[in-house]
Structures are given as structure tokens and as C-alpha cells.
Write a protein that binds this ligand. Structure first.
Ligand code: SAM
Length: 275
């Protein structure tokens, strides 16, 4: 598959469905929260669109050993949950970039509501053509985005280009670790043609070719299966990722969980650094 096979239009069609902010507001009200006075913490169940949610984000960030960083980049920021978490912790400023206009628009509204608009800038754009000067950022993260990007080489080269020397780049993606079938739809793709899951080796080779050092790699299957078990045990809360994934949520999640449990996919962290 080439980069052109995953056209932005296909992806935006998969992710953006309209009415997301209104659905989030209704769910906040149903949860007893005032949509105009939410906190970064309140939004965690709906704005962290990856396996393990905010717990997984925090685990990744903790390993990056961030200090008080002037400016971080969130590649494929979605609704901006990770960007807001970073801005309320280790980052003075965070820029997020994402292909899906609706996510960026909703993310901006949520950012204003939590009072972080001066620190968090969310923009529509492609990870494969980052609209930033070389060496603009002091670190970067990317959570569950590489599964939509066939050209891992260009992705890594772009992120490496915009990082200052010494910066960390934390990646958390579902990666191919076994040969079993993956059924579609899954949360990141309605059809196989827009799914670009790849092996950890492909990420590592792409990172190294871009001049990034691979410091660590962790398979988080055990943590993910415990998370799936907890999800299966409880009644769904009003505020959750079903608002983002839409009516096909049970099928999308079921197919993803099956692929992880069968050993075809593993939620995998890669800790990279620009020397
Ligand atoms: C599963 S969501 C994860 C969002 C966010 N990182 C999170 O964890 O909440 C994948 C996101 O990647 C974005 N995406 C996919 N390909 C992209 C690309 N080439 N450039 C920028 N964003 C992209 C999609 O629009 C979508 O918001």
C-alpha cells in the first residue's frame, strides 16, 4: 500500500460524522456535568481515543521523562485530549495537528472551555507534511495514528525534522505482531484499504532511517486485555468513545479486541529520541 491509498477524504469520512460536540454536551449533562465548566479530567472518557484511554496516555508520558517543555507536538491529536493533558502538566505550549476538521473544531471548543486556549493550538493538517519549521518542538507524541499512515518513513522523517536535538518522541500504536486475520470495521478504519497497521520492525526501521534513536519498545497487550475485561464488565457510561466511534462502536471495538486477544495486533509503545 502506498501513501496515496489512504486518502484524507476516506479518513475524514471514517472519523468525522457531524454533531459530535452536541453529542458530547448531551452526555456531559446526562453525567451531571456542566458542559461550560468541564475540566481536563472530566473529558478523559471521551477525548483519549486509544486503547487504555487516559491511563495509557499517562503511562506513555511518564516514560518520556519530560521536564517543563516549552513546546510539544501531538501528531494526529484527534479531539486534543493528550494535548490538553500535556498543557496542564509538563508543557508550556502544545500544538496538535490532525486531518479530521470536525475533531479539530470540537477539540478547540473543549480547549477553550477548560481555559487552555492560550497554551493549546489545534490545527487541521497532515502528519506527512507538517506545516512547521525544522526544529520547532521540544518533544512529540503520537497515539493510535500510525495505523492510518502507510508511509511510516515519511511520517518519521517529518517528525524528526520538526524536533530539536535531544527531544523525545513517544509513539503508541496498535502494531502487527501475528499473522491472524483482522475483521473490519475497527476503530481506526471502516475498511481494510484505510488500515495501515504495520510491524514494530517497520516503525523501528523508519525511525532509524529518519535519524531517530530507538530507546525502548513495550508490548502493552497485558494492560490492554485487562482494560478490555474491565470495559466488558460495566454498563456503558453516557460519556465515552461510543460518541466518537458512532453506531458501529460495538462491532469496531469487538473486532479490535478480537485482533488483540488473538495475538494479531499488540498495543505497542516506542520511545524514540532525536540525538
Ligand atoms: C484513533 S484517532 C487518535 C486520536 C488521538 N491521537 C487520541 O489518541 O485521542 C486517529 C487520529 O489520527 C488522525 N490522522 C490519521 N492520519 C493522519 C495524518 N496523516 N495526519 C494527521 N492526522 C491523521 C485522524 O484524523 C484521527 O483523529
Amino acid at each position: 500500500m502506498t501513501t496515496d491509498d489512504t486518502s484524507p477524504t476516506d479518513l475524514i469520512g471514517h472519523y468525522g460524522r457531524g454533531g459530535l460536540l452536541a453529542a458530547i454536551d448531551a452526555a456531559l449533562l446526562e453525567s451531571g456535568l456542566d458542559p461550560a465548566a468541564v475540566t481536563v479530567e472530566d473529558l478523559g472518557p471521551v477525548d483519549e481515543f486509544h486503547v487504555g484511554g487516559r491511563v495509557a496516555t499517562t503511562r506513555l508520558l511518564d516514560q518520556l521523562a519530560l521536564g517543563r517543555e516549552p513546546h510539544l507536538l501531538d501528531v494526529g491529536c484527534g479531539l486534543g485530549g493528550t494535548a490538553r493533558l500535556l498543557a496542564s502538566g509538563p508543557a508550556a505550549r502544545v500544538t496538535g495537528i490532525d486531518l479530521t476538521p470536525e475533531y479539530v473544531a470540537v477539540g478547540r471548543s473543549l480547549t477553550e472551555r477548560v481555559g487552555l486556549a492560550d497554551q493549546v493550538d489545534l490545527r487541521v493538517g497532515s502528519a506527512l507534511d507538517l506545516p512547521f519549521d525544522d526544529g520547532s518542538f521540544d518533544g512529540a507524541v503520537m497515539l493510535h495514528v500510525g495505523m492510518n499512515i502507510a508511509d511510516k518513513g515519511r511520517l518519521m522523517a517529518e517528525v524528526a525534522r520538526v524536533l530539536r536535538p535531544g527531544s523525545a518522541f513517544g509513539v503508541y500504536d496498535l502494531m502487527r505482531v501475528g499473522d491472524g486475520d483482522i475483521e473490519f470495521p475497527v476503530p481506526w478504519s471502516s475498511v481494510e484499504a484505510t488500515s495501515c497497521v504495520d510491524r514494530p520492525e517497520a516503525y523501528r526501521l523508519a525511525a532509524e532511517a529518519a535519524g531517530l534513536a530507538v530507546e525502548a519498545e513495550h508490548d502493552r497487550t497485558a494492560e490492554a486485555t485487562a482494560f478490555f475485561d474491565r470495559l466488558a464488565g460495566g454498563a456503558p457510561a453516557p460519556l465515552g468513545l461510543h460518541l466518537v466511534m458512532g453506531p458501529e462502536t460495538p462491532t469496531k471495538v469487538g473486532n479490535m479486541v478480537a485482533a488483540v486477544r488473538s495475538g494479531a495486533l499488540a498495543p505497542t509503545e516506542l520511545l524514540l529520541r532525536r540525538p
